[in-house]
Design a binder for this molecule. Structure first.
Ligand SMILES: Cc1ncc(COP(=O)(O)O)c(C=O)c1O
Length: 456
C-alpha cells in the first residue's frame, strides 16, 4: 500500500497539520478579500439546513468531498494522462487520478475507468463525438419519456451530427423490450443508449444487450441517476452487458459536479479509445480538485453504510409512491424500483410548476417534470419528479418518512384539487408538511455521512 492509499483518518500528523494550516489560511484570505461571498456561503448553509432536497438528480455532497475539491489540486494545469502529460509538475495529481480511477474500477467491477469528464454531459458527449462517425444512427429514450438532452435529443448539438431515433415507454410507462427489439431491427443503430433522467423502474441491461446484438450495435448505459444503487447492489449492474457506461458523480454518489466513464467488462471498445474520446477528443485540462473529490466519494460509496443508505433510498421512494397513489395522485409506471417517483398530474387541473412551487414554499424541493405524452410544455409540465437520495442519508426512520410522504401527498392532492397556493401553504395541510420538514431538518444528516468511515 502506498502512502496515498492509506485508509482515511490515518494521515500522518504532519500532513494533517500542514493541510489544516493551509485551509485555515485560505479561509481567512477569502474572508478578507470577499466578505460578500462568505455571507452568501452562510446564507446557502442556512438554506440547505432548512430544506429537504427531494430533487431526484441530487444527493447531498459529502463534506469531505467538498473539502477535497477545495484543496490545492485544482491549481495544477495538465493535459493528458499519467505518463503522457503535456505539462510538468504532475507527480502528485497523477497519483490522485490513479486513486480515483482505481476506486471507480473496484466499486463498479469495471476493467477501466476515466475520471476526467467534467460532467455527466461531457462524458456522454465524449462518447458520442469520439466513437461515432458523422451520420451514424443512434437510438435513445425519447426526452419526454424519461431520456436526457445529451442522448441525441432534438435540442442537443450532437443531434445535428448523427441520425437520431428514439424509443418510447408504453402506456404503462414501462420500456417494452419486445417492441424495442423490433424497432432496433428497423432502425439498425450503430449505438443504442439506455438510461435516463425520469425512468423510475429498473433497467434491464441484458435485454438491451440482446437487442443491440441483433444488429451488432454498441450499447451505452447512462446510469447517472442510479449509479449509487448500482454501486450498492440495489440495482443490476450495466458493467457485464454494456460497452461503455457513463455517470454523473453528484446525482447519487454524494460526490462533486463531474462525470465518470467506465468500460464494460466484455466491451468491444478499447480503453485507450475511450480515454482519447475524453482527451483530446472532447476536453482539455481536467479539474484535479474535482478528481480528488470523486476519489473521496467513490471511497465512501464502497462502504457498507452507503449500501445501507441506498437500500433506504429505494424503500422511502416506494413509501412516497404509495402515499401519492393513496391520495389520488397516480405515479408513472404505478410505482418505483429506484430513488425516483414521477407523479402524474394529468388527471387533475394543475401543472407540475404549480405543485413544485407550493412544495418549495413548505421546504420540500422537487422539480416539475414532463410525463410521457405530456400535453403541457416543458416550462409547465404535468408531472413532478421526487427523489429520496437525500432522505437516505438523514437521521430519519421509516415511520417518519411515511409521515412526510403522507403530508406531501396531502398537499399535492389539495393543490391538485384546486386549492389556491397561499391558502394551501397557510392551511392545516401546509402547516402539517412544514412541521414534518422542520422535524427532519433539525436533526440533520447521519454521522456516517458527516464523518464517514475509513476508506479501504
Ligand atoms: C441521465 C442523465 N445523464 C446526464 C445528465 C447530465 O449530467 P451533468 O449535470 O453532470 O452534466 C443528467 C442530468 O440531468 C441526466 O439525468
Amino acid at each position: 500500500m502506498t502512502g496515498l492509499d492509506a485508509p482515511a483518518g490515518l494521515a500522518d500528523g504532519a500532513d494533517l497539520a500542514a493541510v489544516r494550516a493551509w485551509c485555515a489560511d485560505a479561509l481567512v484570505s477569502l474572508d478578507r478579500r470577499d466578505a460578500p461571498l462568505v455571507r452568501l456561503a452562510h446564507a446557502e448553509l442556512r438554506r440547505q439546513r432548512g430544506t429537504l432536497n427531494l430533487v431526484a438528480a441530487a444527493s447531498p455532497t459529502l463534506p469531505a468531498a467538498l473539502v477535497a475539491h477545495a484543496l490545492l489540486f485544482s491549481s495544477v494545469t495538465a493535459e493528458g494522462y499519467a505518463g503522457g502529460r503535456y505539462h510538468p509538475g504532475t507527480e502528485v495529481v497523477d497519483q490522485v487520478e490513479q486513486l480515483a480511477r482505481g476506486r471507480a474500477e473496484r466499486l463498479f467491477g469495471a476493467p477501466h475507468a476515466n475520471v476526467q469528464p467534467l460532467s455527466g454531459s461531457a462524458a456522454n458527449l465524449a462518447v458520442l463525438y469520439g466513437l461515432l462517425d458523422p451520420g451514424d444512427t443512434v437510438l435513445a429514450l425519447e426526452l419526454d419519456h424519461g431520456g436526457h438532452l445529451t442522448h441525441v435529443s432534438r435540442g442537443a448539438s450532437i443531434a445535428k451530427r448523427v441520425t437520431a431515433s428514439y424509443y418510447e415507454v408504453d402506456e404503462r410507462g414501462l420500456i417494452d423490450h419486445a417492441a424495442l427489439a423490433v424497432l432496433v431491427k428497423q432502425v439498425r443503430p450503430r449505438l443504442l443508449i439506455c438510461g435516463g433522467s425520469a425512468y423510475p423502474r429498473q433497467l434491464d441491461f441484458a435485454a438491451f444487450r440482446a437487442a443491440a446484438d441483433e444488429v451488432d450495435a454498441l450499447l451505452m448505459a447512462d446510469v447517472s441517476h442510479v449509479s449509487g444503487l448500482v454501486a450498492a447492489g440495489a440495482h443490476p449492474s450495466p458493467v457485464p452487458h454494456c460497452d461503455v457506461i457513463t455517470t454523473s458523480t453528484y446525482k447519487q454518489l454524494c460526490g462533486p459536479r463531474g462525470g465518470l466513464l467506465l468500460r464494460g467488462a466484455s466491451s468491444r471498445l478499447d480503453a485507450r479509445a475511450l480515454d482519447r474520446a475524453v482527451f483530446p477528443g472532447f476536453q482539455g485540462t481536467p479539474d484535479f480538485g474535482g478528481i480528488a473529490a470523486k476519489a473521496v466519494a467513490l471511497g465512501f460509496a464502497a462502504r457498507p453504510e452507503f449500501a445501507a443508505a441506498m437500500r433506504r433510498v429505494v424503500r422511502y421512494a416506494r413509501t412516497f409512491a404509495g402515499a401519492l397513489a393513496d391520495h389520488g395522485v397516480p405515479v408513472v409506471s404505478g410505482g418505483t424500483d429506484s430513488h425516483l417517483v414521477l407523479a402524474d398530474l394529468r388527471a387533475v387541473a394543475v401543472t407540475g410548476r404549480q405543485v413544485a412551487d407550493v412544495l418549495r414554499r413548505l421546504g420540500v424541493l422537487v422539480n416539475m417534470n414532463l410525463v410521457p405524452r405530456d400535453p403541457r410544455p416543458a416550462a409547465e409540465t404535468s408531472g413532478i419528479r421526487i427523489g429520496t437520495n437525500d432522505l437516505g442519508f438523514r437521521r430519519v426512520g421509516d415511520a417518519e418518512v411515511a409521515e412526510l410522504a403522507r403530508a406531501t401527498a396531502a398537499v399535492v392532492a389539495e393543490v391538485a384539487g384546486g386549492g389556491r397556493p397561499d391558502a394551501v401553504v397557510r392551511g392545516s395541510r401546509g402547516r402539517d408538511l412544514a412541521g414534518c420538514v422542520a422535524g427532519i431538518t433539525a436533526r440533520g444528516y447521519r454521522e456516517d455521512w458527516r464523518q464517514g468511515g475509513a476508506v479501504a
